[in-house]
Write a new protein. Sequence first.
Length: 342
Amino acid sequence: MKILYGIVFLLFFISAMSQKRPGDFDLIDHKVKFIDDKQIDSLAKKLVQLGNSDREKVRAIFRWITEHIDYNTIVFNRTKKYTPKNIELDPEDTFTTLPPLSERVAVQVLRKRIAVCDGYSRLFKTLCDRAGIPSEIISGYARTNIYKKQSRFGVNHIWNAVYIDSVWHLLDVTWASGGVNYANEYARQYNDFYFLTPPEDFIRDHYPEDLQWTLIKNPPSYFEFNNSPFKYAAILRAAITSYAPSKGVIEAEVGDTIRIELKTNKELKDFCIAETPVFSSSQSYLSATPGNNGIRFNYPITQNTGPWLYIFYNDETVMRYKLSVKKEIESEKNKLAVTMNY
């Protein structure tokens, strides 16, 4: 009898351990690394088999792409001439009906294992189509870490939306895969932030052509989006709910003291501000002071003040402001002082 109870308990324990918790994708993330297939249909079938729910199937598709497709950095290398090639078809396909554009691009991405954002997003959609999961390709403007404010809206990026559990979700498989370093080399580094990102967080750096794909009831205008300070992913950990100034460019003169206020429920001691983006013990920081329902920085502008201000939370960069400092005023004062001495 004891043996029977032991067997029953063991079976129950194994069954409980084998069930995945909602949102726990560790097993799927591990398995996709070992799937190698260059055919759309067979690859989609293998990935779908990894999940029981649509959410898990989407996770398998998403993570397979981030693990197996490299970003085509040739578009960043100005020493090489980049000439996009025509989409190639198999000889036996030349007399058949031309497949949809997304599928043709997806075929090429699978063969070459490199792509830019268009290829990433079309491959994702094509695999979702095979899995029977509705998805969309979304074009718009994405704010990168490189400051380049545009006066007019310009499309520079493509991402996706996917329909799971009767709700549309946003994701960016390109940015989740990794990034391009200063040497224009691709570095694979998975970023889970861009998988099914909440719309209010996704709008931080993605602004769609069609505003319905913000998935927000009252989306900001493009002017508000483009002129706000740049916000890093770590801003979520800092729990910043509002900030002032609301514009990303702060105009000042030498001798001014600019005030930056943040509303957050985090500890005051965990925040500081500096003029360089990487936290280092060798540089000087200005600590935060208590503000109205949050924290405040009173930053003095000198002749040596640089063009940027970075806000840190627990040694992570969370926000960045651009400084437009009129320094010629102090220079004129110095010239006047020299003239008077003579």
